[in-house]
Design a protein around this ligand. Structure first.
Ligand code: MRU
Length: 361
């Protein structure tokens, strides 16, 4: 694919460039485009998860910096806004990676030259992400083609969270192979894990439905029994950060799927662009894990029968909850990494060429 992109450049009525994002907090019930005309609005959109997904928050931050340069292209603004945007979410390294790219491009320019250069570099980041998604899809497609499909029945892929086009500027990471297989005429069905507490699986179901890919939503706790019953052929997930030894930070719940996959002998693939690999983290213990507001666990948000958004309280506000947003999957549970460059074994030695890229210095 992609079917579309969850962000677009546009001009405000006064002709000034701005960004518009598909507000993911309104999905799957409403498709609402939210204009972002100031860098502080980009900062809020990332923090509030109106945009989310590791690659997409990096690209949104890049455009946030372009908005900041439009307002004031001074050195002080460049340094301060970069720091503010980098602090919005801690785990996905793509955020810091994209901001480092922007800063490297802008800091040697005169303030006068920065405004146009910032928009151009953010556009380049978005275009590169889309190209990476496409390449990930093709490498993942080769893995899907190699899976046995007795009686030519559809392949059954399980995924977690949302690592589709809503999480990127292109056709997604973990879902890119699914879309590539669909385009190649390979019949397949997707098990979509709900992904409590933020329910990003519902975003996955929404975009798979848009793409006409057969899928079934499951409660997170159902993943193990489906694997045990032989109803899963492979698991594809995304990643928010991958350490030099191949340990993976991804949405909480990933680790349990990896453990179950190992027990039942199923391939567990992690699809991510090279911008998700972090040479500065030797292993999982170096990866910061985001803990979010407990009300995300205590409450649920949905739509009432009148079509109005509503939030319902599941637990009293004094109930202690833990809302750890990511978990860490040891490299030895990962069958392979699917990147835009190739498929890599989850071992430090095999991954070394990825970290030799100039952008990882
Ligand atoms: O907290 P989120 O929704 O921003 O989570 C990040 C993710 O989208 C997932 O962890 C995903 O699997 C990796 S990003 C394509």
């Amino acid at each position: 694919m992609p079917l579309s992109s969850p962000l677009r450049r546009e001009n405000a009525p006064n002709g000034i460039p701005r960004l518009a994002i598909l507000d993911q907090t309104r999905l799957p019930h409403a498709t609402h485009w939210l204009p972002l005309a100031h860098w502080r609005e980009a900062e809020t959109a990332i923090r509030a998860m109106q945009v989310r997904g590791a690659p997409l928050i990096g690209i949104t931050a890049a455009y946030g910096l372009a908005l900041a340069m439009q307002e004031d292209a001074s050195d002080t603004q460049l340094v301060e806004v970069t720091a503010r945007l980098a602090a919005t979410r801690p785990t996905a390294v793509n955020l810091r990676w994209a901001l480092a790219r922007m800063r490297a491009c802008l800091q040697t320019l005169t303030p006068a030259a920065r405004r146009n250069a910032a928009w151009a570099e953010a556009d380049a980041l978005a275009a590169e992400d889309a190209a990476r998604n496409h390449a990930i899809g093709q490498h993942g497609l080769a893995l899907l083609r190699a899976l046995p499909r007795p009686g030519a029945r559809p392949l059954r892929v399980m995924t977690h969270c949302n690592a589709g086009w809503l999480a990127t500027a292109g056709g997604g990471t973990a879902l890119a192979p699914v879309y590539a297989a669909r385009a190649a005429g390979i019949p397949l069905e997707v098990w979509v894990s709900e992904t409590r507490p933020r329910n990003q699986g519902l975003l996955t179901a929404w975009e798979l439905r848009e793409a006409d890919v057969p899928h079934t939503v499951i409660a997170d706790n159902a993943a193990g029994i489906l694997m045990a019953q032989g109803k899963v052929d492979a698991i594809f997930v995304g990643a928010d950060r991958i350490a030099a030894n191949g340990d993976v930070a991804n949405k909480v719940g990933t680790l349990l799927k990896a453990l179950a996959a190992r027990r039942f002998g199923l391939p567990f693939y992690v699809a991510a662009p090279t911008s998700t690999f972090d040479a500065a983290c030797a292993n999982a213990t170096d990866i910061p894990i985001e803990e979010r507001d407990g009300d995300e666990v205590r409450c649920v948000t949905g739509m009432n029968t009148a079509g109005q958004p509503v939030t319902a309280r599941l637990l009293p506000e004094h109930t202690a909850v833990n809302n750890i947003a990511f978990d860490l999957t040891p490299a030895d549970l990962v069958t392979a990494f699917v990147t835009e460059r190739s498929v890599f074994a989850a071992e430090a030695a095999a991954l070394r060429p990825l970290f030799a890229e100039p952008e990882h210095d």
